[in-house]
Design a protein around this ligand. Structure first.
Ligand code: RAT
Ligand code: ZN
Length: 416
């Protein structure tokens, strides 16, 4: 048993936080069996939509001209704009550099073909192993959308699964665009009418059960707009309250709500055109209270929602809060949000997920987050030491394992 004191605190926490294997509970990654949906390598890294938004802000080129470029041309354009003409100082730019550095590449070489060639030295399988090892990842959760044509076909053809990639059933289309989803459900063999009567509800529940089983999803998920409200008289509310929550309870598959996204604030920016707004915390309160035997996972996109969400998590153990989502995945906000959560909840939450869309991003997203989470922990453990509390290396290791995965495993197993 190693006793922690002021002299070994920083090094011990850093060592523990860096060596713990992460369970990354929300990504947009796929294993190699999903062919073109499996994104990796330099061009994908640099054409990440976070960087598209930054590059198109400063270069006066019609959006349509940019989106007409090939992947490689887009990468050249973004690299020239953000890394050559300017200093790559934003979080997403620094992320690219952290990733290249960790892969052993010289970030100052500026030879994009050298960067491009790197991933080609590996088979796809080897590259996944390499990135998982560098990022120190145990498992990731995919975002699996049966309403997406390409993805649907993989599942229909019994795509091969990989034990390092868990699934989650994504229901944006169903909940945010039911009219269109209805046609797809009919095509998939479910007898769904426009009016949400008993038969249609049963068919939707049948769809959910079938697809949770088919994809082996460990939770269902949806992203929702800032004005998401329950209870209300709407198709979405019937779908959630009469279909999803029933299946969620019966199958012990939590319902994850990612709340606060304003889709297509600037449609010309395509996938980079989404924004955010403050959402209504009472909706979550209503759900946790009324459906107290159901499990809810929640992450919110607006900074303004973070404090009240954390307070609500103190009131309901069926509410699992996770991650610093998307526009919050920046050092300042991760630090602030993680500190608020620790101060109000101790260790009973999941501080981060990566949201990676490109395999290589796991490296920087986790390296950056680990650094900040370690700093927050060092400050808090320092306070305990000042009070004379006896801390051991093993106890800190347990704490960190909770934060980086065990809390979620426990939540899935919890009996309500
Ligand atoms: O972070 C992102 O890449 C966003 O575009 C979204 O995918 C978001 O994370 C989501 O899951 O809706
Ligand atoms: Zn996401």
């Amino acid at each position: 048993m190693l006793i922690i004191d002021k002299n070994n605190l920083t090094a011990s926490v850093e060592e523990i936080v860096n060596s713990v294997k992460v369970f990354d509970i929300h990504t947009h990654l796929y294993p190699e069996s999903f062919k073109d949906l499996f994104l990796y390598g330099f061009d994908e890294l640099v054409t990440y939509h976070y960087l598209i938004a930054e590059a198109l802000r400063v270069k006066e080129i019609p959006y349509t001209d940019f989106f007409a470029l090939s992947k490689k041309e887009k990468a050249d354009f973004i690299y020239d704009t953000l890394f050559v003409e300017r200093t790559p100082i934003s979080e997403s730019c620094i992320g690219v550099l952290t990733t290249l550095n960790e892969l052993g590449l010289d970030i100052n070489c500026r030879e994009l073909d050298v960067f491009r060639e790197h991933s080609k030295n590996y088979s796809r399988k080897e590259y996944i192993d390499l990135i998982f090892e560098k990022a120190n990842i145990k498992k990731v959760v995919m975002t699996n959308d049966p309403f997406d044509d390409d993805e649907y076909n993989f599942w229909k053809n019994n795509v091969e699964l990989d034990e390092h990639f868990n699934s989650s059933l994504r229901l944006d289309y169903l909940l945010n665009d039911f009219r269109s989803a209805r046609y797809l459900l009919i095509k998939m063999g479910y007898n769904v009418t426009t009016s949400l009567i008993g038969l249609t509800k049963n068919e939707i529940k049948r769809f959910l059960v079938d697809w949770i089983k088919k994809t082996k999803s460990i939770y269902m998920a949806v992203s929702l707009p800032p004005d998401f409200t329950l209870p209300e008289n709407s198709t979405r509310s019937i779908l959630i309250e009469d279909c999803i929550l029933e299946v969620s309870y019966e199958m012990n598959v939590p319902f994850a709500m990612m709340i606060g996204v304003k889709r297509q604030t600037n449609p010309e920016l395509s996938i980079a055109g989404d924004s955010l707004g403050k959402a209504n915390i009472e909706t979550i309160e209503y759900l946790c209270k009324k459906y107290n035997r159901n499990k809810f996972m929640v992450t919110m996109l607006s900074r303004e929602n973070q404090h009240e969400l954390t307070v609500l998590a103190r009131k309901y153990r069926n509410l699992f809060i996770f991650g610093c989502w998307w526009f919050l995945n920046n050092p300042t906000l991760i630090k602030e949000i993680t500190t608020i959560r620790i101060e109000l909840l101790g260790l009973s939450f999941m501080p981060q997920h990566s949201d990676a869309r490109v395999l290589d991003q796991l490296i920087y997203k986790w390296k950056h987050s680990r650094r900040i989470i370690a700093d927050v922990l060092i400050e808090k453990y320092g306070k305990l030491l000042n009070l004379g509390w006896v801390l051991t290396y093993e106890k800190i290791q347990e704490d960190v394992e909770r934060l980086f995965g065990k809390n979620f495993d426990d939540f899935l197993l919890m009996e309500l």
